[in-house]
Ligand binder design. Structure first.
Ligand SMILES: [Zn+2]
Length: 73
């Protein structure tokens, strides 16, 4: 079986989940975001530090390389 490049890229946004993001307050690495909200071209991650209980949000923007058909409205 051949893993097609196209299929891999279709799930790339999920695979690109940021990991071990340093806590904005104490610097402790946080393994994975506690909560994720994805929308067109971007994703918001809520990080919750288990060391100091600090919560912060980070937003990632993805390049729009899907042809832009969803933006045709
Ligand atoms: Zn912390």
């Amino acid at each position: 079986m051949v893993m097609t490049k196209t299929h891999y890229e279709s799930v790339d946004h999920l695979q690109a989940l940021p990991r071990n993001n340093p806590c904005a307050q104490c610097g402790m690495p946080i393994p994975i975001p506690e909560w994720i909200e994805q929308s067109d071209g971007r994703a918001a991650y809520l990080w919750h530090c288990y060391a100091c209980d600090y919560q912060f949000e980070a937003i990632a923007y993805f390049p729009d390389d899907d042809g832009g058909h969803a933006l045709a409205a």
